[in-house]
Write a protein that binds this ligand. Structure first.
Ligand code: AMP
Length: 464
C-alpha cells in the first residue's frame, strides 16, 4: 500500500514524502479514501496511530478543490480538547499543507485573544480550536460558520472527560446542518456513542486497534512499592537504566510539581506540565524536553494529551490513573508509530482497585517486578483477571435538557442523551493515603493530596 493510491493530489503527496513517510498507517489507509468520498467517519484510534494525518490529508485535499475562505469565514473546524493537541494538529496542517495555498489558524485559551481575532478577520480555510476559546471568539463575532464544510472532533472521549459537552453542544448549534463530520476517539464508550449520534450521519466506522487494547510495541510491567518510596524508586530506576528521556504521569498537579522538585534535588533535570502552568511555561517545558535539556517531564493526564514526542522510549506512571482508560492513553505516549517502548507503573497497596480496573480493561495481568531495597511493606495483592465489563444500559435524557442537543436534520431524533459523566466505577475509593512508616523514607509523595482538576473531575474549570 502506498500513499499514491489513496486519491491524494501531488502537492499533498509531496509534503508526505518530504516528511519521510512511505507507507500509510492502517488508520490512514482506511480513513483517507472514505473521507475523500465525503462520508462521515467515526474512528477508534489511539494517539500514535497516525490519526492526525488520517484526517488532515483528506481535509486538505477536499478544501484545496473548493472556493477559498472569504473574510471571517471558516471552512473546516477541528476541535481538540487541549491546547497542546490543538498546536500539534495545527503543525500537521502546516506541514502537510505547505505546498497548498490554504490558510489555517489555531486558537486556544491562555494566550491573548486579540491576535486570534485579527487572524480570523481575513477568513481561514481551517480553524483548529479548543472549545472554550472558540466560543469566546464566536460570541464576539470573530468568525462566521455559514460556509463551514467539515467538522472534526479529535479525541472526543477526552472532550467529554474534560467537561466540554455543553460547549460542544453550543458550537454544534452555530454550525450549518449540512456538513461532513469526522469523529476520532481513543475509546468508544456508550457516552461517546451517544454524543456521536448527535453529530455524525450514517458514519463509516473505522477501528484500527481492538477496543481499549494497548499498543503491542509497548512492554508493560509494574513495580510494587510503598507509596512513600515511589519518588526514590524513580530516581533509582532513572540512574540504574540510564533513562535519558522519561515522561512521568502524575494523577495530580500538586503531585507533578512535588515530584519535579524532588527529581531536581537529586540532580535530574525535570519540569512539570499541567493545567495550572501558563501556556508559555507548558510550551517551554515541552520544547526543553524534546530538545533533551530536560530529562524528565512530569505531566498530568490532561496536560499530556496531544504531546507528540517521537519515539519516546519510557513512560512511567508514578501513580495509576483513577480512570482505567487513561492508562491506555498514557502508555500510548510510547511505542508510537511502530517504535518500541516501555511503560512502567509504580503501584502501591492503595492502588489495587485502579490496577484491577486497568487489567480488566486491557484484559491482561501486568507482570510484576520487585526492585531490591524497595520491596513494599504494604503488600500489593495479586490480582485476578475479571472478564470485560458489560456495556452499560443507555441512560435516559434529563428532561430539562431534552431539547438542547438536537438541532440538526443530520441527527436522528431521540438520541439526545445529555449524560456526560461516563466516569462511572472509579470513585476515589477512600483515598488511602495513610501510609505507615517505610524504610529509608524520604519525603512523602502523597498523590491523593490534591483533588483539583484530576481527569475524573466532573466539571473542571474551563481550560481553553
Ligand atoms: P498521531 O497518531 O497522529 O499522533 O501520529 C503519531 C506519530 O506518527 C507522529 O509522530 C507522526 O509524525 C507519525 N506518523 C504519522 N503517519 C505516519 C506514517 N504514515 N509513517 C510514519 N510515521 C507516521
Amino acid at each position: 500500500m502506498s500513499f499514491t493510491t489513496l486519491g491524494l493530489s501531488d502537492p499533498i503527496l509531496k509534503a508526505v514524502t518530504d516528511k519521510g513517510y512511505d507507507t500509510p498507517s492502517p488508520i490512514q489507509a482506511k480513513a483517507i479514501p472514505v473521507v475523500l468520498e465525503g462520508r462521515d467517519v467515526m474512528a477508534a484510534a489511539q494517539t500514535g496511530t497516525g490519526k492526525t494525518a488520517g484526517f488532515t490529508l483528506p481535509l486538505l485535499e477536499i478544501l484545496s478543490k473548493g472556493q477559498p475562505a472569504r473574510a471571517n469565514q471558516v471552512r473546516a473546524l477541528v476541535l481538540t480538547p487541549t491546547r497542546e493537541l490543538a498546536a500539534q494538529v495545527a503543525e500537521s496542517v502546516e506541514t502537510y499543507g505547505k505546498h497548498l495555498k490554504l490558510r489555517s489558524a489555531v486558537v486556544f485559551g491562555g494566550v491573548k485573544i486579540n491576535p486570534q481575532m485579527m487572524k480570523l478577520r481575513g477568513g481561514v480555510d481551517i480553524l483548529i480550536a479548543t472549545p472554550g476559546r472558540l466560543l469566546d471568539l464566536y460570541q464576539q463575532n470573530a468568525m462566521s460558520f455559514n460556509k463551514l464544510e467539515i467538522l472534526i472532533l479529535d479525541e472526543a472521549d477526552r472532550m467529554l472527560d474534560m467537561g466540554f459537552i455543553n460547549d460542544i453542544r453550543k458550537i454544534l448549534k452555530a454550525l450549518p446542518e449540512k456538513r461532513q463530520n469526522l469523529m476520532f476517539s481513543a475509546t468508544f464508550s456508550d457516552d461517546i456513542r451517544d454524543l456521536a449520534k448527535t453529530i455524525v450521519n450514517k458514519p463509516v466506522e473505522i477501528s484500527v486497534t481492538p477496543k481499549n487494547s494497548t499498543a503491542t510495541t509497548v512492554t508493560q510491567w509494574i513495580h510494587p512499592v510503598d507509596k512513600k518510596q515511589k519518588p526514590s524508586l524513580l530516581v533509582e530506576l532513572i540512574y540504574q537504566h540510564k533513562w535519558e528521556q522519561v515522561l512521568v504521569f502524575s494523577r495530580t498537579k500538586h503531585g507533578a510539581n512535588k515530584l519535579a522538585t524532588f527529581l531536581e534535588k537529586h540532580s535530574i533535570k525535570a519540569a512539570a506540565i499541567h493545567g495550572n502552568k501558563s501556556q508559555g511555561a507548558r510550551t517551554r517545558a515541552l520544547a526543553d524536553f524534546k530538545a533533551g535539556k530536560v530529562r524528565v517531564l512530569v505531566a498530568t493526564d490532561i496536560a499530556a494529551r496531544g504531546l507528540d514526542i517521537e519515539q519516546l522510549p519510557q513512560v512511567v506512571n508514578i501513580d495509576l490513573p483513577n480512570v482505567a482508560e487513561d492508562y491506555v492513553h498514557r502508555i500510548g505516549r510510547t511505542g508510537r508509530a511502530g517504535a518500541t517502548g516501555q511503560a512502567i507503573s509504580l503501584v502501591s497497596a492503595d492502588e489495587i482497585q485502579q490496577l484491577q480496573d486497568i487489567e480488566r480493561l486491557i484484559q491482561k495481568l501486568l507482570p510484576r517486578k520487585l526492585v531490591d531495597g524497595y520491596e513494599p511493606i504494604h503488600d500489593v495483592p495479586e490480582s485476578k483477571l475479571r472478564p470485560p465489563a458489560r456495556p452499560k444500559k443507555p441512560k435516559k435524557p434529563r428532561p430539562e435538557n431534552a431539547n438542547a442537543a438536537v438541532n440538526s436534520s443530520n441527527r436522528r431524533s431521540g438520541n439526545n442523551n445529555q449524560n456526560q459523566g461516563r466516569r462511572n466505577s472509579n470513585n476515589q475509593g477512600g483515598n488511602q493515603s495513610g501510609n505507615k512508616t517505610a524504610p529509608n523514607g524520604r519525603r512523602r509523595q502523597n498523590a491523593s493530596a490534591s483533588t483539583h482538576g484530576g481527569p475524573t473531575a466532573k466539571k473542571p474549570s474551563r481550560r481553553s
